[in-house]
Design a protein around this ligand. Structure first.
Ligand code: M6R
Length: 608
């Protein structure tokens, strides 16, 4: 995830910004840079790779200034490189940006037509060119920012400097976090508290639409039309470790709670609801995966579970046969794959050795290669014909959470795209599905508000030796994912079965010590699942169910029942999995385990 820090005051800011950037490093980044106002101009240093590279650059080519901005970049548009690193400088301005400018292609063309030349592949660079376009010394820096942002669609946290206003920084927020830290004769802007905690405990949290003009001794906040707004400062007493986790006790919990925002980011610019269409990157659209005879999904762990769900949604909507394999199996079974097939590698990290080995087999045999990945330009995307980036930002907790739900979101978008291209669903059905997808983040927020109830259940369940997870159809992969989460971080044995398969063996396990987690919202297999529940109850099993809101009957017979909204069957997994992530998290935390770095596990499995 990109990180921002800005400073205006009387101290030399390079060291302050550099040390602020080091506090943002935990978020993950692939390049970094600093720009300062100096002697009527803007000085800029950037470096690809680790912060040490930037520090080495600054040692060779030092710079000084009292007003400046810095950034750690995690690539979303444009590969990781020095020219794509922030700050971006043009004319009298330099800016740093977190977020995605959705209409950057059309703005870029417009600016090229007006004679601008661009030095990077980023969406961000548009904004610094717009500033130059709208700037006049008489109207000032802030007015140029207002004009520029009126042209921009998308999400942003922006901090900018202008060589003509060396005692001013401008900060603007739209759907991407940004705060101001208040000092004595100096002020700061930052994406995270961690970056500025060493200098201040008083913060103003900007809200969507806010634009702040910040000098060493004043802060003026207006909305985009220039109308003043008031934001009260808040005191924060966190230490640095709490600040990095944004006040959450663990990265995993922070990442669970980030999911509504990350899903919003995955959808940004990709949903054309009115047309009932999905707007894919050109490279992906050009692959015409809907014309493939068969899709072969390969992945490991949580990504494999996303792949299984992908099979359900792609087959049901687009009527394309989909096979899903665990990578370590696929690579040694002499798989049947060829030029008529599309191979889809799903990997959060893009570095998983087994998945990459399978990709190479598929490549040798002539299949088209698409990857669904979270880390731009990692090994798997580089070896693919095209990549659908999930935009979950770096995931630090070893147990995958937001990577999973953004993979689901990506697979649903691909399924709807293929279905429309093949005419297997109507425009109206696509519109209704896309509208349902758009509602996912809001519903997720309301489920996350029940975290304390899940913790209360976790308290009562944590002494169990084993758990059984049951789900049918699209909830079977969710049951698998719930069981994996519990195993990984609580070290309690858990297994998942398709509900209908229970009677073929696992039913023998059921007694009053076995918690059985059943995912049973109202959908096309609800009645069938009810019979499976009766089988659990009849044997005295402890029933914990995930139900549709208002399902009093199931709620009554369950020891704990957690409700999800009454919604399209295809989006139910986004909600059921939240409860399972929370349950695993709370059990592990109550057991005192190292939730973020569970024993024996690595975040990225780069060996076979
Ligand atoms: O980076 P990838 O998605 O390729 O990683 C695959 C698995 O190693 C990963 O999902 C693993 O199972 C996680 N620990 C799950 O929480």
């Amino acid at each position: 995830m990109c990180g921002i820090i800005g400073y205006v005051g009387s101290r030399d800011c390079v060291q302050i910004i550099q040390s602020g950037l080091s506090k943002l490093a935990y978020r993950g980044y692939d390049s970094a840079g600093i720009a300062v106002c100096h002697e009527g101009d803007i000085d800029l240093r950037r470096a690809h790779g680790k912060l040490e590279n930037l520090v080495a650059r600054l040692a060779l080519e030092p710079m000084r200034g009292h007003t400046g901005i810095g950034h750690t970049r995690w690539a979303t548009h444009g590969r990781p490189s020095e020219s794509n690193a922030h700050p971006h400088r043009y004319g009298r301005f330099a800016i740093v940006h977190n977020g995605i400018i959705e209409n950057f292609l059309e703005l870029r063309q417009e600016l090229i037509d007006r004679g601008h030349t661009f030095a990077s592949e980023t969406d961000t660079e548009i904004v610094v060119h717009l500033l130059a376009e709208y700037y006049s010394p008489e109207r000032g820096f802030a007015a140029a920012m207002h004009d520029a942002l009126r042209r921009v669609r998308g999400s942003y946290a922006i901090v900018a400097i202008c060589a003509d206003f060396p005692d001013e920084i401008i900060a603007a927020r739209q759907q991407s976090p940004l705060l101001l830290a208040l000092g004595e004769g100096e002020n700061f802007a930052a994406s995270d508290i961690a970056a500025v905690l060493a200098h201040s405990r008083q913060f103003i949290f900007l809200e969507d639409g806010d634009i702040a003009r910040i000098t060493p001794s004043s802060i003026e906040i207006t909305d985009i039309s220039g109308k003043p707004v008031t934001r009260a400062p808040k005191s924060i007493e966190w230490d640095i470790s709490a600040a990095e986790k944004q006040g959450y006790p663990h990265y995993m919990l922070k990442e669970i709670f980030e999911q509504p925002q990350k899903i919003t980011d995955t959808f940004r610019g990709r949903i054309l609801e009115e047309e009932g269409l999905v707007n894919l990157d050109e490279q992906i659209a050009a692959m015409h995966i809907e014309q493939s005879k068969r899709l072969q999904i390969v992945a490991c762990g949580t990504s494999y579970h996303a792949g299984l769900l992908g099979k359900y949604v792609i087959e049901s909507l687009a009527r394309i046969p989909v096979d899903v394999d665990v990578a370590s199996e696929f690579r040694y079974r002499n798989p049947i794959i060829g030029p008529d097939d599309c191979f889809i590698a799903i990997s959060q990290s893009g570095e998983t050795a087994d998945t990459y080995a399978c990709l190479k087999i598929a490549r040798e045999r002539g299949a088209k290669i698409l990857s669904i990945c979270n880390v731009m330009d990692s090994t798997i995307p580089r070896a693919s014909d095209a990549t659908f980036y999930t935009r979950a930002d770096p995931e630090i907790g070893v147990a995958s959470t937001k990577a999973f739900t953004t993979q689901l979101a990506s697979l649903l978008l691909l399924a709807i795209h293929c279905a429309r291209a093949k005419n297997t669903i109507t425009k109206d059905r696509a519109k209704s599905l896309l509208a349902s997808l758009r509602s996912v983040p809001t519903h997720m927020e309301s489920i996350l508000a029940h975290s304390d109830q899940v913790r209360a259940a976790a308290q009562k369940l944590l002494r169990a030796n084993s758990f059984l997870y049951l789900g049918r159809n699209i909830h079977y992969p969710i049951a698998l994912e719930g069981a994996l989460k519990l195993k990984e971080i609580s070290y309690i044995h858990a297994e998942a079965y398709p509900s209908g398969e229970m009677k073929h063996g696992p039913i023998a396990l059921i007694d009053d010590r076995l918690p059985v987690i059943v995912i049973a919202p109202k959908n096309s297999t609800y009645e069938k699942t009810l019979s499976n529940l009766q089988e659990v109850k009849a044997r005295g099993g402890r029933l914990i169910s995930i139900v549709t809101e208002g399902d009093d009957m199931l709620t009554r017979v369950s020891e704990y029942a957690f409700a999800i909204p009454d919604c399209d069957e295809l989006i139910q997994p986004f909600f059921s999995v939240l409860y399972l992530q929370l349950l695993a998290y709370h059990i592990a935390d109550l057991l005192g385990n190292d939730v973020d770095q569970p024993r024996n596990l690595a975040k990225s499995v780069t060996v076979e």
